[in-house]
Design a binder for this molecule. Structure first.
Ligand SMILES: [Fe+2]
Length: 278
């Protein structure tokens, strides 16, 4: 193969979320161990050495297709959960589009911070699924215009446990359960459900928690109308100052939003004349 070799083709297919589950059998004339290791590292599912027996090839392809079918069924199960999350969101007209905005912003922040591919996937899928447990919270509490009573607040808090339980049976998304369980923990240990403090709160849950809060602040809610970006930044900064929010993450989120919205000064640009400095 003149440009890409088989390993690179394999690596690219396995690195793309659209093609990652397509089984790949490497047919090679080399039987050396290091070539095989290279193939495994590239993500190959099976190997055959030339000259290969066609019956053996067919048998291996059949068994890999069976695995693929199971993977597809798992993917369908994930789809059901995502639909459920959208259903929960649809119960509340105020939160329309909220979960996709949270997922998108959390993923962008994770990329900016250089988090791993698995963490990034947790941020995207966890951003969508984090409030799925609200299916177990009465609508009267979800949509209440005034402050929640302590009993109602307790009922609301259960959503993180219910959400974890809903998603727990699906092994393919176990890695994102910490996002669901811990997205309401606070940096100073005053959050729920476990009162985790500081870095003990998984980074993915800290990111989704802050982004969730930010998006809620800049959109209309039953209990108040939307705030401006600067007002929302002020509340996030106050949270960083009193240590309920991770100060480093608050700073990164604000810097990212300011850059995206063109609010941050462009380095080297001449400041407009305001007359104030004279
Ligand atoms: Fe939540």
């Amino acid at each position: 193969m003149p440009k890409l070799d088989g390993y690179e083709v394999c690596r690219r297919l396995k690195g793309n979320s659209e093609t990652v589950f397509i089984p790949i059998v490497m047919v090679t004339s080399l039987s050396r161990l290091e070539q095989k290791i290279k193939g495994i590292e590239a993500g190959a599912d099976d190997f055959l050495t030339k000259p290969f027996n066609s019956v053996e090839l067919i048998t291996r392809v059949r068994s890999l297709l069976k695995v693929k079918q199971l993977t597809d069924e798992l993917e369908n199960a994930e789809t059901v959960l995502f639909s459920l999350a959208l259903g929960v969101e649809a119960k509340d007209p105020y939160t329309e589009g909220h979960i996709f905005r949270v997922a998108t912003l959390a993923l962008k922040l994770g990329r900016r911070l250089g988090l791993s591919a698995e963490h990034q996937e947790s941020l995207w899928k966890g951003g969508i699924l984090h409030d799925i447990g609200k299916i177990g919270v009465p609508d009267a509490i979800l949509n209440k215009a005034g402050r929640l009573t302590p009993e109602e607040e307790a009922q609301m808090q259960v959503h993180v446990i219910v959400g974890e339980r809903i998603c727990q049976p699906l092994r393919s998304i176990r890695y994102l359960l910490p996002v669901i369980r811990h997205h309401h923990e606070k940096f100073d240990g005053t959050g729920y459900p476990d009162g985790l403090r500081g870095e003990a709160i998984p980074i993915t849950a800290r990111i989704v928690g802050i982004v969730d809060m930010y998006d809620a602040l800049i959109t209309d809610r039953p209990y108040r109308s939307r705030l401006s970006r600067q007002e929302a930044f002020g509340i996030l900064r106050a949270g960083a100052a009193d240590r309920t929010l991770d100060p480093a993450l608050v700073a990164s989120l604000i810097a990212m939003v300011e850059q995206e919205e063109g609010l941050a000064p462009v380095p080297g640009a001449v400041a407009p004349e305001t007359g104030a400095a004279r």
